[in-house]
Ligand binder design. Structure first.
Ligand code: NAD
Length: 479
C-alpha cells in the first residue's frame, strides 16, 4: 500500500515522484512505498499551514476543543484498524498497539482538547502604581513536529494535539520507518472536520524531509523526539534562526532495586520495564542495579520469568516480544550482544536471533539479560534500544545513586523501596526528568515529561506543552 503526503486536507504524491520502500519487520518484506519528499513538498505544506493560521488561531476554544475530541472519538472507533496498521508497520505485538499505542493517541487529543479550555493566563496588579499587567498566550504560527518510530502514533499525536489545541498550524513528519498510522490520521482529521491546512503531514527521510522542516526560516518552533545525535544536529541548525526547541532524546535509565521492596510486584514490573515493545521505549529501565543481599535470588527469578516470554509474530495475541523495527536496528542491537563478552559481560539468558517458521526474514531477537562487572562498559553507557538489559549488584544507597547518575543521559529512573526517607533522598538526587517509585511508566498527562543532560531540553505534557506551543506576551496598562 502506498502512502501519500497530507497537505491542505488532501492526499498528494511527492512532487519529485520519488518513493522509499516500506518494510514489514515481521517478515522482512517490502509492503508499500512512501514519498521521498523534498524541500518543495515541505514548502507546500508550509504554505497550506500559513494560509490556515489566521482562521484556526481565531477559532474559538470551544470549537477547537470539539474538533480535537471528535478526532479522539474517531481514533477509538477505528482502534482495530489502527492497531493492525501500527503492529504491521512497527513489529510490535498487536496486543500492545491495542492496549497502549492507539488508546494513548486518542487520549492525547481528548486531553489537549479539554486542557486548552482550562489554560489560564496570569495577571499582576502593580499595587500603588495604578497599573495592571496581563499575559497573553498567543499561538506561535506554523510549527514543526518530528517524531520517531518506537511509539509511532502515540508520540506523533503527543506533539500535534497540543500544537493545534493552542491555535498553531503544523507541518509534521513521522519516522520514515513507521509512516502508516500518521497517514491514516489524515483521513480521521478530515472526517472530524479539522480546518484544511491546520495539520500537514510530509513523509520522507530525516536528512532531507526532516532537515527541510528544521531549516525552514518561517517554521518558528520545532518539537522533536528521537535520538540524541539527531537532536544535537537539529539544535545546531535551528540556533541561528532562534527557533523555539523542544528536544526529547535518548535514555539509558536505571532501575534500582532495594531489598525492602515488594518483591513480586517489582519482578513483574521489571520484566515489563525491560522488554515492553521489544525494549524500544525511551523509558525502559535498561540498567538494573540490585542490592547485593537479594542479587542472586533476583537473577534466578528474573531469568526464569524472561525465559517464559514468548517471542512471536506480532499479530498473535499471546506474543510478548514481537519483531524489532528494521533490519539496520536489528543489526545494531545484535552487535551489542556479540561484543558483550569482550566487555566482560556474561549473558544470563537470551542472546540469540529467533527464526519464526513462515517468517524467516523477520527481525526477531530473544530477550537478553547481561550481567556486567562495571557501569563504565559500553553496554551500560550507550543506548541499545532493544530487548537487552544489564544487571549488577550494589552494596549501599550512595553506591546505587552514583551508578544511576554516572551516565550521560537523564530521562527516567525507577526506584524500588518501601523506605520513605530513602525514597525522598534518592528522588531528589537522581538526575532524571521523571522518577518512578514502586511503579513504571505510569503516566498522568497533566504531568511534565522530558529529560535532563543528553536526554533533552524542554518538557512536554499538560500545560508545559501548551506553554511551549505559545508565546507569552505581557501587556501593561496604566490607568
Ligand atoms: P532518529 O533521531 O533517527 O529519528 C527521529 C525522527 O527524526 C525521524 O522522523 C527522522 O526521520 C527524523 N530526522 C532524522 N534526521 C533528521 C534531521 N537531520 N533533521 C530533521 N529530522 C531528522 O530517532 P529514531 O531512531 O527514529 O528513534 C529512536 C530514538 O528516539 C532513541 O534514541 C529513543 O531514545 C528516542 N526517543 C526518545 C523519547 C523521549 O521522549 N525522550 C521517546 C521515544 C524515542
Amino acid at each position: 500500500m502506498n502512502i501519500l503526503n497530507y497537505i491542505n486536507g488532501n492526499f498528494h504524491n511527492p512532487i519529485s515522484n520519488e518513493w522509499i520502500d516500506n518494510y514489514n519487520p515481521s517478515n522482512g518484506e517490502v509492503y508499500g512505498q512512501i514519498p521521498n519528499s523534498t524541500k518543495d513538498d515541505v514548502e507546500n505544506a508550509y504554505i497550506a499551514a500559513k494560509s490556515a493560521f489566521p482562521i484556526w488561531s481565531k477559532t474559538t476554544l470551544e470549537e477547537r476543543s470539539r474538533i480535537l475530541i471528535k478526532i479522539s472519538e474517531l481514533l477509538e472507533a477505528n482502534l482495530q484498524r489502527f492497531a493492525e496498521a501500527e503492529s504491521k508497520d512497527n513489529g510490535k505485538p498487536i496486543s500492545l498497539a491495542k492496549a497502549v499505542d492507539i488508546p494513548r493517541a486518542a487520549s492525547n487529543f481528548r486531553f489537549f482538547g479539554n486542557a486548552i479550555t482550562q489554560f489560564a493566563s496570569e495577571s499582576h496588579e502593580s499595587v500603588g502604581q495604578n497599573a495592571i499587567n496581563y499575559t497573553l498566550r498567543q499561538p506561535i504560527g506554523v510549527v514543526g513536529c518530528i517524531s520517531p518510530w518506537n511509539l509511532p502514533l502515540y508520540l506523533f499525536t503527543w506533539k500535534i494535539a497540543p500544537a493545534i489545541a493552542a491555535g498553531n498550524c503544523v507541518v509534521a513528519k513521522p519516522s520514515e520507518v513507521t509512516p502508516m498510522t500518521a497517514y491514516l490520521l489524515g483521513e480521521i482529521c478530515n472526517e472530524a472536520g479539522l480546518t484544511k491546512g491546520v495539520l500537514n503531514i510530509v513523509h520522507g527521510l530525516g536528512g532531507s524531509t526532516g532537515q527541510a522542516i528544521v531549516e525552514h526560516p518561517d517554521i518558528k518552533a520545532i518539537s522533536f523526539t528521537g535520538g540524541t545525535a539527531t537532536g544535537t544536529h537539529i539544535a545546531k541548525v535551528a540556533a541561528p534562526m532562534f527557533k523555539k526547541l523542544s528536544l526529547e532524546l535518548g535514555g539509558k535509565n536505571p532501575n534500582i532495586i532495594f531489598a525492602d521492596c515488594d518483591y513480586d510486584d517489582m519482578l513483574e514490573t521489571t520484566v515489563r520495564s525491560s522488554f515492553a515493545n521489544q525494549g524500544q521505549i525511551c523509558l525502559c529501565g535498561s540498567r538494573i542495579f540490585v542490592e547485593a543481599s537479594i542479587y542472586d535470588k533476583f537473577k534466578i527469578d528474573f531469568v526464569a520469568k524472561v525465559k517464559a516470554l514468548k517471542v512471536g509474530h506480532p499479530s498473535e495475541d499471546d506474543t510478548n516480544i514481537g519483531a524489532l523495527v528494521s533490519k539496520s536496528h536489528f543489526e545494531k542491537v545484535k552487535s551489542y550482544i556479540t561484543n558483550a563478552e569482550s566487555e566482560a559481560g556474561k549473558i544470563l539468558c537470551g542472546g540469540n536471533e529467533v527464526t519464526l517458521k513462515g517468517y524467516e526474514k523477520g527481525y526477531y531477537l530473544q530477550p537478553t539479560i547481561i550481567e556486567v562487572k562495571s557501569n563504565s562498559c559500553k553496554l551500560n553507557q550507550e543506548e541499545i534500544f532493544g530487548p537487552v538489559v544489564t544487571t549488577m549488584p550494589f552494596e549501599t544507597e550512595e553506591e546505587a545513586l552514583e551508578l544511576a547518575n554516572n551516565v550521560k543521559y537523564g530521562l527516567s529512573a525507577t526506584l524500588w523501596t518501601n523506605n520513605l526517607k530513602r525514597t525522598m533522598r534518592m528522588s531528589n538526587d537522581l538526575q532524571a526528568g521523571i522518577v518512578w517509585v514502586n511503579t513504571w511508566m505510569m503516566r498522568d498527562l497533566r504531568t511534565p515529561f522530558g529529560g535532563v543532560k543528553a536526554s533533552g531540553v524542554g518538557r512536554e505534557g499538560g500545560f508545559e506543552a501548551l506553554r511551549f506551543f505559545t508565546e507569552a506576551k505581557n501587556v501593561c496598562i496604566k490607568y
